[in-house]
Design a protein around this ligand. Structure first.
Ligand code: ADP
Length: 296
């Protein structure tokens, strides 16, 4: 029912006392390798909630690619659309200092080789999907082809991350465009204005998407459509690590929209999923089941 088209990365994490300067070597902690990437994260998050989920992505023919396929399958994601080869699996090299600040280098690898042709070849996956969710860690031309290949009755959810200006054709297809303030600033460019998220949600809506959802971390979220703008309060939790909260929020929202819920109801459910994700460390390991969301 839900198709995620997006990135799959191996996150390679090393704890350091401090970052090396140019030409310098520092020693760090043992390496920890996690499956990640926004596409892979969203697919796992949706499947863990019980959504029938497929992933269209590309990984390398290497150990990181196998790690990603294993984590998708363990969560119950249909991986028939995960293409293998063409470049090494995407990698995020992450150093974390004692204050918890990250420095990250991303090598897109195979994610950069997910092409419009790959989307066209996956026509049956696209046609089977009620909702298609995508992000910008794959080439923009591939996202454009997703828009062009959507079945007439299916719905596109786009999280423009990492943000870049979007063609009108893509903006017009979003229902919703889902983004945080940083992403909103890039999408709006010169048009960014206003004190309150309500202000820029309206500006975003004027750029063409059928609806907009703004995520506001511990402040919850906001939904905007032709029916108006409304706040979705955050669920109060003891937040430990918000990594992955945006991805699980988006996945949950896409799934609930596919079940026929209104945008506000789907966003309220997604806020519970994002909050539950923030109560545990890590990304994919922190995604809740539907039972855990109900118990929140
Ligand atoms: P992003 O990582 O894309 O910036 P957010 O951090 O805004 O995403 O998180 C997505 C959603 O998860 C938020 O809109 C909110 O509903 C929920 N969430 C995130 N952090 C918290 C928190 N500390 N407490 C409660 N809910 C949270």
């Amino acid at each position: 029912d839900l198709l995620v088209v997006g990135s799959a990365n191996a996150d390679l994490v090393i704890g350091v006392e401090r970052r090396p300067d140019a030409g310098e070597t520092v020693l760090g902690s043992d390496l920890v390798v996690h499956p990640g990437g926004k596409g892979a994260n969203q697919a796992v998050a949706a499947a863990r909630l019980g959504a029938r989920t497929a992933l269209l992505a590309r990984v390398g023919d290497d150990a990181h690619g196998r790690l990603l396929l294993d984590s998708q399958r363990a969560a119950g994601v249909d991986t028939a659309g995960v293409l293998v080869g063409g470049a090494p699996t995407g990698v995020a090299l992450i150093t974390v200092d004692p204050s918890g600040d990250n420095s990250i280098v991303v090598s897109p690898g195979a994610n950069g080789r997910l092409t419009p042709d790959d989307v066209r070849a996956a026509g049956s996956l696209l046609h089977a999907a009620k909702v298609v969710s995508t992000q910008l860690e794959i080439p923009l031309e591939t996202v454009v082809e997703v828009v062009r290949s959507l079945a007439p009755d299916s719905r596109l959810v786009l999280n423009p991350s990492p943000p870049q200006p979007l063609p009108d054709e893509v903006l017009a297809a979003c229902d919703p465009l889902i983004l945080n303030e940083h992403e909103a600033k890039v999408i709006l460019g010169e048009a960014y204005a206003g004190e309150k998220p309500e202000d820029w949600a309206r500006l975003l809506l004027a750029k063409g998407p059928r609806s907009v959802v703004v995520t506001l971390g511990g402040e919850g979220a906001l939904v905007a459509s032709s029916e108006g703008v409304s706040r979705i309060p955050a669920v109060k939790v003891r937040a430990v690590d918000t990594t992955g909260a945006g991805d699980s929020f988006t996945a949950a929202l896409a799934w609930r929209l596919g079940l026929g819920e209104s945008l506000s109801d789907a966003a309220a459910y997604a806020a519970r999923v994002g909050a539950a994700t923030a109560t545990r460390k890590g990304a994919q390991v922190s995604f809740p089941t539907a039972q855990e969301v109900a118990a929140l």
